[in-house]
Ligand binder design. Structure first.
Ligand code: HH2
Length: 273
């Protein structure tokens, strides 16, 4: 089983580690581009040494309450880093919801588009269809600014599944082959703790729709369970990653690559014994 992502054919025999490379607004002040760029580069190099299989670059925060960023500002943030990371020889994913950013990123060599809005920007399907990049379709209820205000589902698994099935169908109809599709229930995106836990428990049911990605690292659901602040959620993140792997997740989006790699190696050794 392979995922086709740009010039990469990624084997899915073991779960892949997608490392988060944050390009936050504060680290990219107008005056001093070089230093943050060098810092992002060093960070990415370390993530690759630690075992990252994919680097996920994001120029717009999707945290609950986050404010939107303009297209040209997002391109200005993401592109220099994307170009600087190409020599690392790892597939680079760009976390964006804007077709214009997707097009610029693909032209600059992005192997994957990670879209928390599942290619619902009117031009997005055509941009991705016209490339050989992989795409991650994520489910979100509402918009980041308000998504945690009282999210509601009658049957969270069925509703998220049917949304992702419809988006995957739209992709295939637009000419994006199944080999390029990744799906993600979107933990924490318009979901309460019980919604998130139900999705995690039933994650294996999503595999029938395609390659499953799980993003659980450091999320507030883990804080709600353990009472820990973001900086102290590594053990919780590892437990969540292993549970997701056990349920069939093939890509794990994480911040702590070295620790996740070790945890997965032990899980895998036992799982394949
Ligand atoms: N979570 C975040 C951002 N992008 N993409 C996918 N496919 N799945 C996720 O679960 C996911 C995602 C969370 O974003 P944010 O809170 O901005 O922080 P960070 O990027 O550090 O995780």
């Amino acid at each position: 089983m392979y995922l086709h992502a740009g010039t990469y054919q990624l084997s899915l025999e073991r779960p892949l580690i997608m490392a988060v490379v944050n390009i936050t607004p504060d680290s990219f002040s107008d005056g001093g581009r070089y230093l943050p760029l060098a810092a992002a580069q060093r960070h990415a190099e370390r993530l690759v040494e630690e075992g990252a299989d994919i680097l996920d670059l994001g120029g717009e925060s999707s945290r609950p309450g986050a404010l939107p960023v303009g297209e040209s500002e997002e391109i200005d943030r993401v592109l220099p880093v994307l170009e600087a990371l190409q020599p690392l020889g790892k597939p680079i994913s760009v976390d964006t919801r804007k077709a214009g950013v997707m097009a610029a990123a693909i032209r600059a060599g992005a192997a994957m588009i990670n879209d928390i809005t599942a290619l619902t920007d009117p031009a997005a399907l055509a941009v991705v269809a016209d490339s050989d990049a992989a795409v991650c379709l994520m489910h979100m209820q509402g918009e980041p600014q308000h998504m945690q205000n009282n999210p509601h589902y009658d049957d969270v698994v069925a509703e998220v599944q049917s949304y992702l099935a419809a988006r995957a169908r739209a992709c295939r109809q637009a000419g994006i082959s199944s080999q390029r599709l990744v799906i993600d229930p979107g933990f924490g995106f318009g979901k309460t703790l019980p919604h998130n836990l139900t999705l995690l428990r039933d994650l294996s049911r999503f595999s029938e729709l395609g390659v499953v990605l799980a993003g659980l690292s450091r999320k507030s659901m883990l804080g709600a369970i353990t009472g820990r602040a973001v900086a102290d959620r590594l053990p919780a993140s590892l437990a969540a990653a292993l549970y997701a792997a056990q349920q069939g997740a093939k890509i794990l989006r994480v911040h702590d690559v070295a620790a996740t790699r070790d945890a997965l190696l032990v899980w895998q050794a036992a799982a394949s014994a």
